[in-house]
Write a protein that binds this ligand. Structure first.
Ligand code: FE
Length: 334
């Protein structure tokens, strides 16, 4: 075959081959943070991935679009948001041995409607100067008098804190969790305000000694010129429940009801729990892979080992309404 005939034959073949559909994702995560892992999927499979950043109103948008939605997958963070898309009936269950084997049961929906991809722990940022090593070891201890006037946190009604209180309900029951929340409130240095990073800034500024925050914010602050000195004023402390480990939450993924490109979407879901994808994805966000044994980023590794609380996130989601009621009853933000 001459070179010319060969090229012609190749191009004819390319046209005749069945086109691979793109996978369309609605994501509340920053697209630039997840693009590299999608590029790795495209390089391996030839399937393109389109990311649409949806800041607010993800559920409303999926509901409005109904069966005509172009979205195959939804990616978001926090169990409350994952539970919300399940309750709104805009996603469907996925039966996959690959997903079920890679992801620990506590980090995926019992009905297979959402799957955790990475975890983050909600821990304590402690002043390097004013908090001694070993001074704090449990979440329960945050309600102790010795922390009076020393704690900063964002709103008690934020999803991150509601999940922590929900976990506290799982460990101590509703009465115990309420006493705890009231105790923590009594120890606040100021009314809850700002985000997790703003609390670290307050420690840096001397307004408080410890704050509640998600682990990945340490990485984010270190990557931000203005915030590096806030990060350097603190170290991460991983409290545990008296009868459990550290509180973890997830980022996760779900298949939409509409899913026009279901097969390719399933391929992507399974790719995302492969060892290579898990490491890239977790590293980009300073999170922990859900896949046991997937390497951590150097920074995350440097924080030391985490013993994760094994309470099912589905159970934690189930306590959310009670957690919200407790935080309102103790007037946590007041
Ligand atoms: Fe966050």
């Amino acid at each position: 075959m001459s070179l010319r005939t060969c090229l012609l034959a190749t191009s004819t073949l390319a046209i005749a081959a069945p086109a691979l559909a793109d996978v369309n994702i609605y994501t509340t995560r920053q697209p630039e943070l997840i693009q590299p892992v999608m590029d790795a999927f495209t390089a391996e499979t030839g399937i393109a991935v389109n990311l649409a950043f949806v800041d607010d109103g993800l559920v409303e948008r999926l509901k409005a679009e109904g069966t005509r939605s172009p979205a195959d997958l939804v990616m978001t963070v926090d169990i409350a948001n994952l539970k919300q898309i399940v309750d709104a009936d805009v996603v469907q269950p996925v039966e996959s041995d690959v997903l079920n084997t890679a992801i620990p049961a506590a980090l995926r929906d019992t009905d297979n409607q959402w799957f955790g991809l990475t975890t983050r722990a909600r821990v304590v940022y402690a002043s390097r100067d004013r908090v001694a090593d070993g001074e704090l070891t449990t979440y329960e201890d945050l309600a102790d008098d010795k922390w009076e006037g020393r704690i900063c946190t964002r709103s008690g009604l934020h999803n991150y804190n509601l999940a922590l209180v929900s976990a506290m309900i799982a460990h101590l029951g509703e009465d115990g969790a309420k006493d705890w929340a009231a105790g923590v409130k009594d120890n606040l240095a100021r009314k809850p305000e700002g985000n997790d990073r703003a609390q670290v800034k307050a420690i840096w500024a001397g307004e408080c000694d410890i704050s509640l925050g998600n682990t990945y914010y340490m990485g984010k602050m270190l990557g931000n010129e203005e915030q590096t000195e806030w990060a350097n004023a603190v170290r991460l402390v991983f409290p545990e429940f008296e009868d459990g480990g550290s509180h973890v939450n997830v980022s996760g993924i779900a298949l939409t009801h509409a899913a026009p490109n279901k097969e390719e979407a399933l391929q992507l879901m399974e790719f995302l729990v492969s060892p290579a994808a898990q490491s890239i994805y977790a590293e980009l966000n300073f999170e922990y892979p859900v896949l046991d044994g997937a390497p951590l980023s150097e920074l995350v590794e440097s924080w030391g080992p985490v013993t994760a609380d094994t309470t099912d996130l589905t159970e934690i989601a189930g306590h959310r309404a009670a957690a919200l009621r407790i935080m309102e009853e103790v007037d946590f933000d007041g």
